[in-house]
Write a protein that binds this ligand. Sequence first.
Ligand SMILES: C[S@@+](CC[C@H](N)C(=O)[O-])C[C@H]1O[C@@H](n2cnc3c(N)ncnc32)[C@H](O)[C@@H]1O
Length: 299
Amino acid sequence: MTQKTIREQKRLVWSLGKFDMRPFWADTDSTLKCHFETEHGALFSGDCLDVLPLLRDGCIDTVFADPPFNLGKQYGKNTNDNRADAEYQEWCKQWLVECIRLLKPGGALFLYNLPKWNIPLGAFIGEQKGMQFRHWIAVEISACLPIPGRLHPSHYSLLYYTKGMPKTFRRIRTPIPLCRHCGGEIKDYGGHRGALNPKGLTLKDVWTDIPPVRHAKFKSQKRKANALSTKLLDRVIEMSTVPGDVVLDPFGGSGTTFAVCEAKGRRWLGVELDFADVVADRLSSDDLAHHRNDDYIEG
Ligand SMILES: C[S@@+](CC[C@H](N)C(=O)[O-])C[C@H]1O[C@@H](n2cnc3c(N)ncnc32)[C@H](O)[C@@H]1O
């Protein structure tokens, strides 16, 4: 094959790389332009409350939402992270209603937030919107400081609901925990060690092995804050989707969800209010490192 042919092939792949939004628009005349696209997905720059209503009912397999937690943090100039409690919950309910509308029957909704917010929001999703509760996953975090007069907060909540019976649930196995120093097994399985599956233990609903995003190689070069570990998204996506499925993240941040979708052959749709350029940069550069993950996926 000549060099010329290879170059021509590359151009062809690039033109095929445009993401086909037509199956996703509620109105086929929609003219909203995406900010960035790949063969697998499209990112919209704007408020998710403006973008989600433009999408068609039942077109999404999994939603993952990691909104601002209303802790008064500085995000971009358009984000208000300091609302009254009731106002924050009302705002969350508005985009949750849209996310649930967009899910296919059996599709999955993951909501990452403080326990304080996921208690009322979980009740809304389950009792008022009729979604099926699957799990409250406690994700251990090391970044929180102790608060006087309280227990030391050391987990965030990852709520997992499905729209009726889950259409996809793939079992994940995690390696049998070993001592970092001697390499021996940490736990005694009380005489049942021989019965353990050699591929690993069934994933629990307490995740103590999600690394913090500290090292620069795991971060966007233009945005150092708020990125989640790719390992958390690996689990969400492997558990609830198969290749070709569509994942929606309405709060793109620096694009972790989309990077994991790209790596795993899932399609994706995303919205980001202030940092769409950061996501585009991150996805189009080759320097995005993924955290090590020794999970075993069944099925
Ligand atoms: C906690 S961060 C998400 C981080 C992301 N999960 C990651 O790993 O990079 C929340 C993001 O939501 C964005 N945001 C806030 N309000 C928004 C809105 N109404 N629509 C879309 N994005 C919004 C903020 O700019 C911020 O980047």
